[in-house]
Design a binder for this molecule. Structure first.
Ligand code: 4GW
Ligand code: MN
Length: 380
């Protein structure tokens, strides 16, 4: 632009000189020249700034085609403040417990009794009006476990929250009806059964994935995916909820890395080398938001299918693939063995609660339903 002005200044001087000399024809051409130079420089300048402005817009906006300066998603934010509450102040130099690990190196909390305040958590989660889906599989004889599972869950699981029990079964007629309070419902999902028990266990990943994709995302915010041969014996609440969570296996919470029963064959997609691994997570208890559970189950199912195409099946089936997933997609919360216990183990000092315990079973009992009911007394 500066150059243009210098140019036009020179031209106007020329024009004045010629005019003074009284040379009309030259005057006309000089004024024409000046006009052309001005017009060209004006348009060049305008064009350049328009392009700059446009580039600026492109860089700042993610959706340049729908730019609307008046609406921002932040306008939709609502204040979810909890009310006044009275409780003991957290102490910077006095952790509530020092006998257990309460946080992972990637800053995921590990949930133990005494490490959280249920009142604060409930105030927060009730504000959000969360809906929780709990999935269990009752294939073949395992329908016998459903009644105790739901009865004890009604006593201890997410009390006061909206809960959908998703029972996947091949024997819908064997599942008795329950009268549940408002906001809680039983949903029976008919699914095929598989011949091999390993496949029954493994296909859970595929079925959870497919139902998450089709319906769970419309009905609930979080999914909790557990074994059915269990009963609740103490409170399990919103302290477990997070984007994606796993549970410490009651048999391996203190084991060395190389003692974890990860898949050790390099050919398998579930392979974990002996110098890697954080924890050994249980196959019978994981969860998170519907989106995260979809990602997890999709990964595990696809990994299983890859192995199956190579005539491979990981050593502990779905549990091995879950452990592989959690190694490279770290859980955002981890449940302590309080949330998954087996009374076959001695109860260690640190275990202040046993919230969800395995119902004793043996393969004989599984083969004979009546023996299962009479001998173990859990089918009340
Ligand atoms: C051996 O004969 C079987 S049958 C091993 C698992 C079986 C099985 C498992 C079954 O016949 N029907 C069934 O629905 N399941 C589901 O898979 C059920 O939800 C069960 O809790 C889950 C995992 O099997 P599991 O509880 O027997 O596994 P562990 O003993 O490791 O907890
Ligand atoms: Mn089980």
């Amino acid at each position: 632009m500066t150059l243009c002005f210098i140019f036009s200044e020179q031209a106007s001087t020329m024009f004045l000189e010629q005019f003074n000399k009284g040379n009309g024809k030259k005057c006309f051409f000089s004024s024409l020249f000046i006009t052309v130079v001005f017009t060209i420089s004006f348009y060049w300048y305008e064009n350049k700034t328009i392009r700059w402005r446009f580039e600026g817009l492109l860089r700042c906006s993610q959706e340049p085609s729908n730019v609307n300066d008046d609406v921002s998603p932040l306008d939709l934010l609502t204040d979810l403040a909890i009310g006044r509450m009275l409780y003991d102040k957290p102490q910077t130099f006095k952790p509530p417990r020092s006998d257990i690990l309460m946080i992972t190196p990637w800053l995921a909390p590990i949930i133990w009794n005494g490490s959280y305040n249920s009142d604060i958590l409930n105030a927060q989660f009730h504000q959000r009006n969360v809906r929780i889906g709990i999935t269990v599989f009752a294939i073949k004889k395992y329908t016998a476990f459903v009644k105790t599972f739901i009865k004890t869950a009604e006593q201890f699981f997410m009390v006061g929250y909206k809960v959908n029990y998703y029972v996947f079964t091949d024997r819908a007629n064997d599942i008795s009806n329950f009268t549940l309070p408002e906001g809680r419902q039983l949903v029976i999902l008919k699914v095929p059964s598989y011949k091999r028990w390993q496949e029954v266990s493994m296909r859970r990943m595929e079925m959870i994935r497919d139902h998450a994709y089709q319906r769970f995302y419309k009905e609930v915010d979080y999914l909790v995916c557990v074994d059915v041969d269990m009963r609740f014996s103490d409170s399990v609440g919103v302290e477990i909820l997070s984007d994606v969570f796993g549970t410490l296996h009651p048999g391996f919470y203190n084991a060395q890395r190389d003692h974890f029963t990860y898949e050790r064959r390099q050919q398998s997609t579930a392979y974990i080398p002996t110098d890697e691994g954080d924890f050994y997570y249980a196959g019978g208890y994981f969860g998170g938001t519907v989106e995260e559970v979809y990602k997890l189950t999709n990964f595990c199912h696809n990994a299983m299918m890859t192995d199956q195409n190579n005539s491979l099946e990981a050593i502990w089936h779905d549990e091995s693939y879950l452990n592989k997933y959690f190694l490279y997609h770290k859980p955002t919360k981890i449940l302590s063995p309080e949330y998954l216990w087996d009374n076959g183990f001695d109860v260690p000092q640190f275990l202040q609660r046993r919230r969800f315990v395995a119902v004793p079973k043996n393969h004989n009992a599984i083969r004979n339903k009546r023996a299962l009911q009479e001998n173990h007394g859990y089918q009340k």
